[in-house]
Design a protein around this ligand. Structure first.
Ligand code: ME8
Length: 657
């Protein structure tokens, strides 16, 4: 029987505009899905959107839409992005799907009938943005312990899933299944929490008087289901109506949606999530499955978070990385490759255009791309594009063959525990080996002497066969360029559809195969003409090449300058100076600044104004007076000068970006 492989991403809040974080998890799942398909496994790759709950309800209300209309409009942001990134998901689930809603209700009814759910009165605290309840003791200085935002007190009757009784079993499961939660640091984190704190029961309902946008509780229509309880069930419900129906037992399945024996696809092999939602998956979801009598997933992997040039990504900072833009500028493969080559999966990473360009130019253009174009050029020049039969092989060729044929096993081992970076490095060992091989054997010299014809054939065959191996093994990471290279080296059909185990046999490259030089696989990016990162485009038609490239700084250079608003408290002329004023200013803290504006401003005229101060300038002495910062002013060629102020009243100490 064919091995099955079921991988999931979180279902993303439909409200969000997709960003690099969403793309990261989804591309990770795509790499795994593609790799498993090449290994001949039956793959179910699920992604989708989380559409119920307060956030969607509120956002829809603000736009004068029903929550349904709102979700229908926004879901396409995700669908379009996945198509643009060439994501190969098998299904896209929406929690508003009728089948999902029925599954949730079926399972709730089953848990209620089994006594796994209880109704209780409850007083506690609620964090609206996080949609989570907290007990008094959970709060951190009276605020939400997770996000730090204010919480509101609530008193109401609700339904509770009796999660606490599974605490011991969950600890045992994590202890006996070392790969259940990865990476290990996250596993230890969950274990630490479970061993030291008492697990409470989980409130899984919301009264409709407070929230109506959700799945109605089947045994009490005054309540809807807590959005997380509904959302987590997607991983199971999808197997009932969205999975590839690969065997008859599934397509002919008439069992009720909540049938506890589970279909072929359950349990999932990898639930990929960000570290922010580990507790909901490792604890809520696992105990829910225990109560339902379903097996637990093989693995939950919590990856790290991306910051952008050292800063948290946020709308207010305007530094949100839009994957659409990255693909437009650099292409699918460069973006994918950077994300998984740069940072080990599981750790936090920092995104910058500078680093991305570095990776593309070094690893893709210099290493892999250069190897490909060298080999194709030599085949064209010395053998009219035809792959020759290999001559005698020596130790060098044997080494390449050994590394190439061991690659599938090594990469499979790496990807079992989601070591994407290591898998890429494994393939790069072959890239580096081949580049060195070409340097050492110098085919351009061999080509000069007919007596070396056999040896040249060996070098050409070995390098071309190695390219074929690289295409196959890197396809999951670089789907677009390897597919192209596959055609360039004369291979028939689609690379993405091969059976890796059958094809990864050394010598299957047929002598006589016609190759074509084609275009450069990974053109180098000229960093000097690339736009400043995260810079907003002035007009949609403006291209990076429009910029002169002169005098550009990176955003990372700019953000090092701390600009703040400052309220002028006092100003006076500096004795014996025509130009300088000493100004006392409140920038959140009091400081003095010496500024060369005395010819343009009377000191009194400045008092009370809100000006702009460079707040992190090293102090310097001017005419013996220490200046703790600098005031921004505009000056023109006519010699006019105007101190910058804010367009609207602002308090002192506000950050300027
Ligand atoms: O939490 N770096 O949805 P969500 C890396 N609907 N990954 C990031 C990231 C960042 N800066 N920001 C977000 C939800 N992510 C729930 C999930 S599942 C049953 C319900 C990624 O839209 C990461 O995968 O907030 C994270 O877990 C996910 O986006 C959260 O997406």
């Amino acid at each position: 029987m064919t091995e099955k492989y079921y991988v999931t991403t979180p279902i993303y809040y439909v409200n969000d505009i997709p960003h690099i974080g969403h793309a990261y998890t989804t591309i990770a799942a795509d790499i795994l899905a593609r790799f498993h398909r090449l290994l001949g496994h039956d793959v179910f790759f699920l992604t989708g959107t989380d559409e119920h709950g307060q956030k969607v309800e509120e956002a829809a209300r603000k736009k004068n839409r029903t929550p349904n209309e709102h979700a229908d409009l926004l879901v396409d942001n995700f669908r379009r992005l996945w198509s643009k990134l060439d994501i190969t998901h098998s299904a896209f689930i929406r929690t508003t799907d009728e089948e999902h809603v029925r599954t949730v209700q079926g399972l709730l009814q089953m848990l209620w009938d089994r006594g796994e759910i209880e109704k209780r009165g409850w007083t506690g605290w609620y964090c609206t943005p996080d949609e989570r309840f907290w007990n008094e003791r959970d709060l951190s200085q009276g605020k939400c312990p997770d996000c730090g935002r204010p919480v509101e007190q609530v008193e109401e009757e609700n339904y509770f899933f009796l999660m606490s009784k599974y605490q011991k079993r969950l600890i045992e499961h994590i202890e006996t299944n070392p790969e259940f939660i990865l990476p290990e640091s996250r596993r230890n984190e969950v274990l630490g929490f479970l061993r030291t704190q008492e697990l409470g029961d989980l409130c899984i309902s919301r009264p409709k008087s407070r929230l109506s946008w959700g799945v109605t509780i089947p045994f009490d229509e005054n309540f809807v289901t807590y959005v997380w309880f509904d959302a987590l069930l997607n991983y199971f419900s999808a197997t009932r109506y969205l999975s590839p129906n690969r065997d008859r037992t599934l397509s002919g399945n008439t069992a009720p949606y909540y049938a506890p024996d589970g279909p072929f696809w359950w349990p999932a092999d990898n639930h990929l999530i960000g570290k922010d939602i580990l507790t909901t998956h490792a604890v809520y979801w696992s105990t829910m499955l225990m109560a339902m009598g379903l097996p637990l997933p093989r693995n939950i992997f919590a990856h790290g978070w991306w910051t952008v040039e050292g800063q948290k990504m946020s709308k207010s900072l305007g530094n949100v990385v839009d994957p659409n833009e990255m693909v437009d500028r650099f292409g699918i493969d460069a973006f994918r490759f950077f994300l998984f080559r740069e940072v080990p999966f599981g750790l936090d990473g920092d995104f910058s255009i500078h680093a991305l360009i570095g990776r593309v130019n070094n690893d893709l253009a210099n290493d892999f791309g250069n190897l490909a174009s060298r080999v194709l050029n030599m085949l064209s020049r010395y053998r009219d594009g035809q792959v020759p039969s290999s001559g005698a092989e020596g130790p060098r060729e044997e080494e390449i063959r050994r590394v190439a044929t061991g690659l599938a096993d090594r990469m499979e081992e790496d990807l079992k525990v989601l070591r994407f970076q290591k898998a890429i490095e494994d393939a790069w060992e072959l890239v580096a080996l081949c580049n060195k091989y070409i340097e050492d054997t110098a085919p351009w010299k061999l080509a000069k002497d007919e007596a070396d014809r056999d040896q040249l054939d060996t070098v050409l065959y070995t390098s071309a066969e190695a390219l074929r191996f690289l295409c196959m093994h890197l396809n999951a990471f670089l789907p677009v360029s390897t597919e192209r290279l596959w055609t360039q080296i004369g291979q028939p059909g689609r690379l993405g559809e091969i059976d890796l185990r059958k094809e990864a046999i050394w010598g299957r490259l047929r002598p006589g195969t016609m190759t074509e030089k084609g275009e450069v696989l990974f053109p180098r990016i000229d960093a000097s003409v690339e736009r400043k990162p995260m810079e907003k485009q002035d007009s949609p038609t403006k291209t990076p090449e429009d910029s002169t490239g002169a005098n550009l700084i990176e955003i990372s250079d700019f953000v090092r300058v701390e600009l703040k608003t400052g309220k002028v408290l006092f100003a006076e002329r500096v004795p014996k100076s025509k130009k300088l004023l000493r100004i006392e200013v409140d920038t959140g803290e009091k400081r003095q600044v010496v500024a060369g504006i005395a010819e343009h401003y009377e000191p009194e005229a400045l008092v009370g104004k809100t000006i702009v101060v460079v707040a992190n300038l090293k102090p310097a002495k001017l005419m013996g007076i220490e200046s703790q910062g600098m005031i921004l002013a505009a000056s023109d060629p006519e010699g006019n000068l105007a101190v910058l102020t804010t367009e609207r009243p602002m308090g002192p100490g506000a950050r300027i970006r």
